[in-house]
Design a protein around this ligand. Structure first.
Ligand code: FFO
Ligand code: GTP
Ligand code: MG
Length: 461
C-alpha cells in the first residue's frame, strides 16, 4: 500500500536534551535531502540505510540555517512503519523542535494524526491490531508488571494464540464444508461431528483460560480500584495522602470535610492502585454532604479492594457496624487509625466483625503503620500469583469483550452439535467465532474501529 508522507514530533513537549521529529512515507528521503546538509556534502539518497548523520537543516527558501541536528536514515522495509523513515534529532527546546516540524511540513510532509505511525505499521503488515494496542499500553504502563504484560502482547504472543485457535476453527469449517457439499455420504457426516466437537471444545477451553487471566490482566493495566471508606474524620483523606506521598486531599479536623470523590493513581510495591477517597459515610442533614455520602456508597459497590478506616481512639458506633455489613462480601482490609491517641476501640469486637480479614493499625500523624498496610495490599494481590512476564494475559477491555462473545458463539456451536442440528447451521456459529477472534488481531476490523483505536494514541507514535 502506498501512502503520503507524514511527520510529527515524537518526543514529549517541553524542554529536554534532545527532541525527535519523525517522518515516514515515500517522500521522507527527498524531503530530508531538500533540507539537510552534511559536512561532506553527500546526499542521503547516496548513503547506506540505517545510518545516522551529523549536519544542519537549512531553509531552502531563505538559505538560513535552522538547526544543528543528527539525522537517522532508514530505508524501507526494515523500519517501524515498513516505509522510508527519517528521524531528525534536534535540540530539545520547544521552539527548535516546532521550527523543524514547520520546515518539514513546508517541504511537503503532512502532519500525522495521533497514532498514525503505528497505524501504518499495522496497515503495512508489520504488526497486528493487538500488537498495535500493546504499543499504547506500553507507553501508558505505570508499573513494571503492566509493562511486562504490554511487552508480551507486543511480541505477539496473544496474536499467535488467537491465530492457532482460528486455524483450528478453520479446519473444522473445512470439514463441515465437505459435509455440506457431499450430503449423500453418511460416513462423512459421522466423521464431521466428532472432529468439529473436539476442536470446538479445545477452542472453548483455551478461551476460558484466557478469560481467567483477564481480571488480573485488567488490574495490571488499569489499576486495582481501591476505595477508602469509613465514618467522617477517621483519617481517610490522610490515608490517601500518605499512600500517594503528597497532600492531594484536604485534611481538617472538621468531620465531613471530603464532599466529593477524589481519585489518585499510586504504585504500591508493584501493585497499581486507583485510589479513591470518599466522603465519610453518616446520616446527615447537609445536602452537599449527603450527595457525597450517596456517591461513596455507589463507588463502594464497584471497588476491587476496600480500605475500611476506623478510629482507634473512639468506641465502635452503630454506623461502623452498619458499614461492616455493607462490605461483608467484598475484599477489604481494616485500617485502625490514630493509635497515637488513647485506645477506646474494642479490638476483639473489630476482629470478630472482620472475620478473617486483615487488621492493620496506623498513626498517620506519626507516619506509622503505612509499611504494614502496603505489605498487606501487596500480599493480598499477589496471593497465588503468577509471573506476568511468562504468561499471556488479556488486559484490554475490547479483547475481553470479544473473547466473551467468542465463548458464547462457540458454546452455541457445541450445543447445536450435541443436539444433532444440521451441520450447515453449526457452521454458522463456528464461522462467527472465527470472525470474532479475528477482530482481536484486526483481521476483520473496519475503518471506524481502526480510526477510533488509533486516535487514542499519542501524537507522533
Ligand atoms: N529513535 C527511535 N527509537 C525508538 C523507536 C523509534 O521509532 N525511533 N521505537 C518506536 O516505537 C521503539 C523501537 N521499536 C521499533 C520496532 C520496530 C522497528 C523496525 O524497524 N522493525 C523492522 C526491522 C527489524 C530488524 O531490523 O530486524 C521490522 O520489524 O521489519 C523499529 C523500532 C523504541 N525506540
Ligand atoms: N491524632 C491523630 N490524628 C489524625 C490521624 N490521622 C488523621 N488525623 C487527623 O484527623 C482529622 C481528620 O482527618 P481526615 O483525613 O480529614 O479525615 P477523613 O476521614 O478524610 O474525614 P472526612 O473527609 O470528614 O470524612 C484531621 O485533623 C487529621 O489531622 C492520626 O493518626 N492521629
Ligand atoms: Mg476526607
Amino acid at each position: 500500500m502506498e501512502f503520503d508522507t507524514i511527520a510529527a514530533i515524537s518526543t514529549p513537549s517541553g524542554e529536554g536534551a534532545i527532541a525527535i521529529v519523525r517522518l515516514s512515507g515515500p517522500e521522507a528521503i527527498p524531503i530530508a535531502d531538500k533540507l539537510f546538509q552534511a559536512p561532506s556534502g553527500k546526499k542521503l539518497a547516496e548513503q547506506v540505510s540505517h545510518t545516522i548523520h551529523y549536519g544542519h537543516l537549512v531553509d531552502p527558501w531563505t538559505e538560513e540555517t535552522v538547526e544543528e541536528v543528527m539525522l537517522s536514515f532508514m530505508k524501507a522495509p526494515k523500519t517501524f512503519t515498513r516505509e522510508d523513515v527519517i528521524e531528525i534529532n534536534c535540540h530539545g527546546g520547544i521552539v527548535s523542535v516546532n521550527r523543524v516540524l514547520a520546515l518539514v511540513l513546508r517541504a511537503g510532509a503532512r502532519l500525522a494524526e495521533p497514532g498514525e505511525f503505528t497505524k501504518r505499521a499495522f496497515l503495512n503488515g508489520r504488526i497486528d491490531l493487538s500488537q498495535a494496542e500493546a504499543v499504547m499500553d506500553l507507553i501508558r504502563a505505570k508499573t513494571d508488571r503492566a509493562m511486562d504484560v504490554a511487552l508480551n502482547q507486543m511480541e505477539g504472543r496473544l496474536s499467535k494464540l488467537i491465530g492457532t485457535l482460528r486455524q483450528a476453527l478453520l479446519e473444522s469449517i473445512a470439514q463441515m464444508e465437505v459435509n455440506i457439499d457431499y450430503p449423500e455420504y453418511d460416513d462423512v457426516e459421522e466423521m464431521t461431528r466428532p472432529i468439529m466437537l473436539e476442536k470446538s471444545m479445545w477452542v472453548r477451553s483455551e478461551i476460558d483460560k484466557l478469560l481467567q487471566t483477564s481480571s488480573q490482566g485488567k488490574i495490571l493495566r488499569e489499576g486495582l480500584s481501591t476505595v477508602i471508606v469509613g465514618r467522617p474524620n477517621v483519617g481517610k483523606s490522610s490515608l490517601l495522602n500518605s499512600l500517594v506521598q503528597e497532600n492531594k486531599a484536604i485534611v481538617t479536623e472538621i468531620a465531613g470535610t471530603t464532599r466529593d470523590i477524589i481519585e489518585e493513581y499510586v504504585n504500591v510495591r508493584g501493585v497499581p492502585l486507583r485510589l479513591v477517597d470518599t466522603a465519610g459515610i453518616r446520616e446527615t442533614e447537609d445536602i452537599v454532604e449527603r450527595i457525597g455520602v450517596e456517591r461513596s456508597r455507589k463507588v463502594l459497590k464497584e471497588a476491587d479492594l476496600i480500605l475500611y478506616v476506623l478510629n482507634y481512639s473512639e468506641p465502635l458506633t452503630a454506623e461502623d457496624e452498619r458499614l461492616f455489613e455493607a462490605v461483608k462480601d467484598m475484599n477489604y482490609i481494616v485500617v485502625i487509625n490514630k493509635t497515637d491517641l488513647p485506645q477506646k476501640i474494642d479490638l476483639e469486637k473489630v476482629q470478630a466483625l472482620a472475620g478473617s480479614r486483615l487488621l492493620v493499625t496506623t498513626s498517620l500523624i506519626e507516619e506509622e503503620g503505612i509499611d504494614q498496610l502496603e505489605e498487606a495490599i501487596a500480599d493480598l494481590f499477589f496471593e497465588g500469583e503468577i509471573e506476568a512476564g511468562d504468561m499471556t494475559y488479556v488486559s484490554n477491555a475490547r479483547h475481553i469483550s470479544l473473547l466473551h462473545q467468542a465463548h458464547q458463539t462457540i458454546s452455541d456451536a457445541i450445543e447445536a452439535a450435541e443436539m444433532e442440528v444440521p451441520v450447515d447451521m453449526i457452521q454458522i456459529d463456528v464461522t462467527r467465532t472465527w470472525e470474532i477472534l479475528g477482530e482481536i488481531i484486526g483481521d476483520t476490523a473496519d475503518d471506524g474501529l481502526l480510526n477510533q483505536l488509533f486516535s487514542q494514541f499519542c501524537l507522533g507514535k
